[in-house]
Design a protein around this ligand. Structure first.
Ligand code: HQG
Length: 184
């Protein structure tokens, strides 16, 4: 099939776009607005100028086909749905979480998580998943996954604020240890 090569490139392009839309836009000379948006035309021009030309059709394919729906297109603009390490305000409204949310990690992190709870580390928020399967995949990025259940309902009642990203990732500033079930 003529387009086969292009389709095979999609995951790599997706990672590239993550890098530029979440972490290092200046590496390809683009700027994000305070809410994380950039003009699609500008992004495509910058991509071509930095050795990874993508067409608008390919970009649309990456946005639509990406399993995690990492990117949001609105009119002429695009942004990453979550996961930034540079300061952007996604302007997500507070949302009421389900009773339990899940966090995937690995055993080596547990002593410190028991002591200080879940912290946002380099990102803006702690990332939580609605189901164990997703959390298992998140943890598996770092080794043998360990899934922690978070008592999100009690946190919400206690005044902790939650947001949900356009791609269904639950976000909160930090999770104190008392809300974490280490037994899974
Ligand atoms: C750990 C991917 C020690 C935490 C995924 C994790 C997700 C602590 C790591 C999204 C800690 C941070 C986010 C503490 C937390 N002491 N370790 N007190 N608190 N940690 O990548 O949740 O592919 O920033 O357990 O699918 O792993 O980018 O967060 O291991 O949705 O779209 O510190 O990234 O999505 O790692 O993953 P990360 P995460 P994308």
């Amino acid at each position: 099939m003529k387009d086969e090569k292009r389709v095979v490139r999609v995951p790599r392009d997706s990672v590239d776009l993550s890098k530029h839309l979440r972490h290092q836009p200046d590496r390809i000379g683009i700027a994000l607005d305070p809410h994380g948006w950039t003009e699609i035309d500008t992004l495509l021009r910058a991509a071509a100028a930095h050795g990874f030309p993508i067409t608008r059709a390919e970009l649309d394919h990456v946005v639509a086909a990406n399993d995690k729906k990492r990117f949001t297109v609105e009119g002429t603009r695009i942004r990453a749905a979550q996961g930034h390490t540079i300061p952007v305000d996604l302007d997500l409204p507070p949302a009421e979480p389900p009773a339990y949310l899940y966090h995937g990690t690995v055993a080596a992190r547990l002593p410190s998580i028991r002591e200080e709870g879940l912290r946002s580390m380099a990102r803006h928020h702690v990332h939580l998943s609605r189901d164990r399967e997703t959390a298992t995949r998140v943890g598996a990025r770092r080794g043998r996954p360990v899934v922690l259940a978070v008592d999100a309902g009690a946190m919400h009642q206690g005044g902790h604020v939650f947001h949900v990203s356009a791609n269904g990732v639950w976000l909160t500033a930090a999770v104190p240890p008392r809300y974490i079930r280490f037994s899974g």
